[in-house]
Design a protein around this ligand. Structure first.
Ligand code: DLL
Length: 429
């Protein structure tokens, strides 16, 4: 039974008492980690000083760079023999961050995922295809164990061989698909090319990268499913930190396991509901690797009003990252804004690639945009009007002049995992 009404709807004084108790426990565990011991000493605070969640603001922040310095096991707060599994982040440069789990962590994490899947209406009668990487990435095993816990039949298809994935959905009567939103779009393209439909499929759980409301609409209509946003990060177990309910208006963040704050990324100042900023999370149930005020780099805001489903605090869909935010000639641009504009233009497909160069000391943004198969005549030369129109729309949305190149359908790279849609060449000489 994974609708834990008691815990999922906890409010007010009882929630605050639980959080304060778990915060004390988390800080006492963190005192086993040399990095935290030092930072807590500098801040003049110890676990015994924590009386309420108001004491959170006295605790130090943890940054990604701090975690990197602890490579590989420097942030483990329990003896090595209590660790039953490790995963790593997918960091593109340098060493990844290693995250460790005790058996209790694996159980709590699986329960959280099961809670999320139950929230969107999945039960033991469903068949769940887990089309994400099963290696060190937390999305594979994380969702696998959580889905099993609900009693669903799990198809550990992992990524790759899209036609085979589609056959399995059809042959096994798969009702729920989990993958990145980008891969879901690719599957959609392939089923359309094959001229088939996925009649058994009713729910999609998509996450691990930013996507938009427009993209939700695309996936829901083209696949005839309900699509839900799933958010998490390796440092907080992995997926399962926040998830949409059937209202599809913000993601419930599980306040019995995570203590979230939104801060101004530049000043560190705490922001209130409705104010956009960086999400900072303190773990409340992680044993092997407690995290204090971890700066996620993800930009969102708290949604204050009550959700009709009765569950607690929500965050808005992630709007981008404070650190992959592009600054082009002084203007802040999130790749998700570009995607939003392109999805609104029927002649172009869902695939694009952004290149940033420095030409005569000025930043130039070039966007390769794939034509839609149905709108493509076979000749790129006669599309100058469309190209100008896209540039115009992008200029209106981004307040920035860009250069658009239309390319043939199917010519840009597809991604089975997280998409890499920005290539910043400003550092290259
Ligand atoms: O991506 C965990 C995950 C797996 C989440 C499967 C959902 C589904 P990491 O590889 O550590 O963990 O990457 C975490 O990915 O800080 C965000 O920037 C981004 N991210 C994750 N989910 C979303 C989402 C997994 N729903 C980083 N929307 C996070 C936007 C997301 N960005």
């Amino acid at each position: 039974m994974f609708w834990d009404k008691e815990r999922e709807t906890l409010r007010g004084k009882r929630l605050e008492e639980l959080q304060a108790k778990q915060l004390r426990w988390t800080v006492s565990l963190a005192e086993n980690v040399p990095f935290y011991r030092e930072r807590l000493r500098e801040a003049g605070i110890s676990a015994d000083d924590i009386r309420s969640t108001d004491d959170l603001s006295r605790l130090p922040f943890t940054k990604k760079t701090d975690l990197r310095e602890g490579y590989p096991f420097g942030f483990f707060a329990v003896p090595r023999r209590e660790i039953v599994r490790v995963h790593t982040t997918s960091g593109t440069t340098g060493k990844p961050t290693v995250v460790g789990y005790t058996q209790r962590d694996i159980d709590t994490w699986s329960d959280l995922i099961a809670r999320n899947l139950t929230m969107v209406g999945l039960t033991a009668d469903d068949t769940f295809q887990n089309a994400v990487n099963y290696g060190l990435f937390t999305g594979g095993l994380g969702f696998h164990y959580g889905a099993e816990r609900t009693g669903m039949m799990v198809v550990p298809s992992a990524t790759g061989n899209t036609k085979r994935q589609i056959e399995m959905i059809q042959d096994f009567g798969v009702t729920a698909l989990h993958c990145t939103p980008g891969y879901a779009l690719h599957i959609t393209e392939v089923i359309e090319e094959m001229g088939v439909t996925l009649d058994s499929l009713r729910i999609g759980c998509f996450g691990a990268e930013a996507w938009s409301e427009t993209m939700r609409h695309e996936l829901e209509t083209r696949l005839a499913i309900d699509a839900y946003d799933s958010y998490g990060m390796s440092e907080m177990y992995g997926p399962g930190v926040a998830f949409e309910c059937t209202e599809k208006h913000g993601l419930h963040i599980w306040e019995d396991c995570y203590l979230p704050e939104i801060i101004d990324p530049a000043t560190g100042e705490t922001l209130g509901p409705g104010e956009k900023g960086e999400l900072v999370i303190t773990s409340l149930s992680k044993e092997a690797m407690p995290m204090i005020r971890y700066r996620t780099g993800d930009i969102t805001m708290f949604i204050e009003d009550e959700c009709p489903c009765g569950r607690g605090l929500r965050i808005a869909r992630i709007m981008g990252r404070s650190d992959d935010m592009l600054v082009i000639r002084g203007i802040n641009v999130f790749p998700s804004q570009i995607e939003h504009v392109l999805l609104g233009i029927p002649e172009v497909g869902d695939q694009f690639m952004v290149y940033i160069d420095r030409v005569h000391h000025l930043d130039e943004m070039t966007i390769d945009v794939e034509m839609n198969r149905s709108a493509f005549s076979g000749e790129l030369g006669d599309l100058v009007g469309l190209q100008k129109q896209i540039q115009q729309r992008l200029q209106e949305a981004l307040s920035l002049r860009t250069s658009v190149r239309l390319v043939e359908p199917g010519s840009l790279p597809r991604f089975e995992g997280k998409a890499k849609r920005v290539i910043d060449r400003r550092g290259d000489l």
